[in-house]
Design a protein around this ligand. Structure first.
Ligand code: UDP
Ligand code: MG
Length: 219
């Protein structure tokens, strides 16, 4: 079976959100050639994500292979992404969050750039005005200190919403790191990225059982 596009979705306690998100994704994928696959990585969720997956398995369109990678506990997004990538077969691989923050509507444009020969198309959150001054300053400082600008650059504001050719995915998977900082590894493998400017990202849909945490964004 020839899989054109794989979409990796890391998910931690996202059952209700994913339930809403998947049908929109099915619609977007209906336009594409060949088969597609959606690889959901359950990063040790404590909600009913598995049941939601089972329900979608029955209802998923025939041109989409819906798959679940079940991690034994919560490892964090970086590890979940790596586990997802390792379980893809597509000629192109995209990564999207489960919470609806990454706009499905731009997938076609990102795919068109890939068709033009760009192996790494990166969604860039250009407008961070919804974040506090403190959050923006801390992030700026972090990226400043992480750079090795002679050899590679970790692009600020470039997250994990990306579309990659199979050769980039294979290069990422070949790296032996076990504690993986994905934004560093994307830069390290060295394929010239194309920055795809995102209009403001959507607000995350509510996570079912998220622990309270300090949020460095404006109310
Ligand atoms: N996520 C995960 N494991 C975690 C935390 C988050 O797989 O331990 C997933 C989460 O379900 C979502 C994505 O990673 O699909 C981004 O998480 P979140 O929305 O919390 O991060 P942010 O939007 O603040 O970057
Ligand atoms: Mg989010």
């Amino acid at each position: 079976m020839s899989i054109y596009l794989s979409i990796v979705i890391p998910a931690y306690n996202e059952a209700p959100v994913l339930d809403q998100f998947l049908p929109s994704l099915y619609c977007a994928l209906a336009e594409l050639p060949d088969q597609q696959e959606i690889v959901i990585v359950d990063d040790g969720s404590r909600d009913n994500l598995r049941e939601v997956f089972q329900a979608h398995l029955a209802a998923c369109p025939a041109h989409i292979a819906l798959r679940l990678v079940q991690l034994s506990r919560n490892f964090g997004k970086e590890a979940a992404l790596s586990a997802g990538l390792a379980n893809t077969q597509g000629r192109i691989v995209a990564m999207m969050d489960a919470d609806g923050q990454h706009p499905i509507s731009v997938l076609q444009e990102m795919l068109a750039l890939n068709q033009q020969g760009i192996d790494m198309v990166v969604g860039v959150q250009a407008n961070r005005s919804h974040e506090s001054w403190l959050a923006r300053s801390l992030k700026r400082g972090f990226y400043h200190f992480m750079q090795d600008t002679h050899r590679y650059e970790i692009k600020p504001n470039a997250g994990d919403f990306r579309l990659m050719s199979r050769k980039v995915v294979d290069a990422l998977l070949a790296l032996p790191e076990r504690q993986r900082f994905m934004k560093g590894l994307y830069a390290w493998v060295g394929f010239k990225p194309c920055m795809f400017r995102l209009r403001r990202m959507s607000v995350r849909m509510a996570r079912a059982s998220a622990k309270p945490r300090i949020v460095l964004t404006r109310p």
